[in-house]
Design a protein around this ligand. Structure first.
Ligand SMILES: [Fe+2]
Ligand SMILES: [Fe+2]
Length: 173
């Protein structure tokens, strides 16, 4: 994401930012990870014994889905409602945990790259295998953009909020 795009997003009211892109991304992540885990399971079975088969990718994506869904739920059920109701200060403890989880997600992305040899499908890959790697690469781009918006725009604004001045109030000034 360019610094211009980040600046433009940073100027938007926090409630708008939560609705789009953050909640829209969450919806897409959940559905897309289900589809990708499913595809990985097909590819691993269909190419069993192939020297470049991504062994363990289905298990890795299933674990990633579980941790990402729990991360997203903390944001949607705890952080976003507190921020939207002007109680951002109460979300700070949860946010410290979410920041650590963003680092875990980055490590999971490195593992995805290792398992897929940098998303490079072999010459004899099927359409499904090629789709899996292209989609995983697109997933990682969107996930990195998403965590950057949270870590660099949303969470810092909440961290500086105090009981008298919520980010929503400051948006109106
Ligand atoms: Fe998120
Ligand atoms: Fe997040």
């Amino acid at each position: 994401m360019s610094s211009d795009e980040l600046d433009t997003l940073a100027k938007r009211p926090i409630a708008e930012l939560i609705a789009d892109p953050l909640e829209l991304d969450h919806e897409w992540f959940r559905a897309e990870l289900d589809r990708l885990a499913d595809l990985a399971s097909h590819v691993e079975a269909a190419f069993d014994g192939h020297p470049q088969v991504p062994s363990g990718l289905f298990a890795h994506l299933s674990a990633l889905r579980d941790s990402l869904v729990s991360h997203i739920e903390s944001e949607e059920l705890v952080v976003f409602p507190l921020v939207s109701s002007g109680q951002a200060v109460r979300a700070q403890e949860t946010i410290r945990g979410l920041e650590l989880e963003h680092r875990d997600l980055e490590r999971a992305a490195e593992q995805t790259r290792r398992l897929t040899t940098g998303f490079a499908a072999p010459a004899d890959a099927s359409a499904e295998w090629t789709d899996l790697y292209a989609s995983l690469a697109a997933f990682e781009v969107r996930k990195r953009r998403h965590t950057k918006i949270e870590s660099e725009i949303l969470f810092p604004r909440i961290a500086y909020a105090d009981a008298e001045s919520s980010p929503l109030d400051r948006d109106k000034e």
